[in-house]
Design a protein around this ligand. Structure first.
Ligand code: NAP
Length: 338
């Protein structure tokens, strides 16, 4: 399978990504035991199908090492000249502390070594506490490392709109912000998407499939208890559903999505992904992959083969209108981590 040209997005002039990215949080524990050899074999299946872009982080267990091993085996199979086909977008999530140049450089050095690259395609930076303004120190050092060729592009994850503006005001060039974005969590639409559009910043969405809850598997099912939710991703997004409006309203949403999915000959997850892909400023949707355990490769190609029309959106809107305003109860994007 080769994905259509519409699956690609120029995140920058020199960094084209697949609009459905493979999420690697699922290899970090809490999603089933990952066998490295099987995981790397699975990575070839994603890549060969056209899903060439990986989202990972320094703290996602072996994720950066798996990228390193995948690149190594890729060279053996295809030659080093084809390595640019792979995009690996990692994160740096530092513990609170002084953001000195040596500390920042050392952290980036670890990712470079583990991923077996000379330069990180995209480095997404996370910060836990806005009361501590040293995130600006870290970003200035990261921008220096970018100028020195260790990082191709700088990005953020879980930053709110106010902080995006502060960072831009310091002249730090940011390409994207990775935030939770789904039919359930539409907080990015409140303020962030407009700011991003005005400032040429893209959004990368996660949580779009709610860890798998947004699928036929949970349609017409009684409310799952914690024991039924077998991954930490399912547990995390069940809490979001609770905050958003609860299980009964979620079932209403699944029923509407099922009717839309049937009309297009796709699945509920495909409708959920397509919905977010169509939102302003969204460059891509990250879908978690339990490498070597489960895969939905062919199914996740389907969002590139159909379009939601005005009738579909009009059917979804009344259900969403009954939900709680998560901006009010949680705050802007990323506030759930603070
Ligand atoms: N920046 C952050 O703070 C942050 C936070 C969370 C996640 N992320 C990123 O986002 C990625 C996505 O993770 P997530 O936790 O948000 O999970 P998700 O993508 O909402 O859900 C992933 C799960 O959905 C199921 N799935 C995938 N495709 C499907 C399909 N076509 N039909 C039905 N089910 C399907 C799979 O379940 P099965 O494996 O059980 O089949 C898969 O494990 C992570 O890996 C990570 O890269 C970032």
């Amino acid at each position: 399978m080769i994905l259509p040209a519409t699956s690609r997005f120029p995140l920058t002039a020199d960094l084209s990504i697949c609009r459905i990215l493979n999420g690697m949080w699922q290899v970090s524990g809490g999603h089933g035991a990952i066998d490295p050899a099987r995981a790397v074999a699975a990575m070839f299946l994603y890549h060969d199908a056209g899903f060439t872009t990986w989202d990972l982080a320094d703290h996602y267990g072996p994720a950066e090492d798996l990228i390193g091993e995948f690149r190594h085996q890729f060279v053996v199979r295809h030659g080093a000249e084809r390595l640019p086909e792979i995009q690996a977008l990692t994160k740096w999530v530092p513990s609170p502390g002084a953001m000195t140049r040596p500390a920042v450089e050392a952290a980036i050095g670890v990712s470079l070594r583990r991923m077996q690259v000379d330069c990180l395609d995209l480095l997404q930076f996370h910060w836990w506490d806005y009361a501590d303004p040293r995130y600006l120190d870290a970003l200035k050092h990261l921008a220096d490392l970018q100028r020195e060729g260790k990082i191709r592009h700088l990005a953020l994850t879980n930053f709110d709109t106010d902080r995006l503006a502060i960072i831009a005001g310091h002249g730090i060039p940011i390409v994207s912000n990775q935030v939770q974005y789904s039919l359930i969590d539409r907080r990015p639409e409140a303020r962030m998407a407009a700011w991003c559009r005005d400032h040429g910043v893209s959004l990368l969405a996660y949580g779009t499939l709610l860890g798998g809850l947004l699928s036929e598997k949970f349609l017409d099912r009684p409310e799952p208890g914690r024991g039924d939710l077998t991954t930490i991703s399912l547990q995390k997004y069940k809490q979001m559903i609770d905050a958003w409006g609860g299980w009964a309203l979620f079932q209403e949403l699944l029923a509407v999505l099922k009717r839309i999915a049937d009309r297009h000959g796709v699945g509920i997850a495909n409708v959920g992904a397509r919905y977010v892909l169509d939102r302003p400023a969204v460059a891509g949707v990250i879908i978690g992959a339990r490498l070597g355990i489960a895969e939905h490769i062919a199914d996740n190609a389907r969002p590139f083969g159909f379009a939601l029309d005005a009738g579909d959106l009009a059917a979804i809107d009344p259900v969403l209108a009954k939900s709680t305003d998560l901006m009010r109860v949680i705050g802007d994007c990323g506030d759930e981590y603070r």
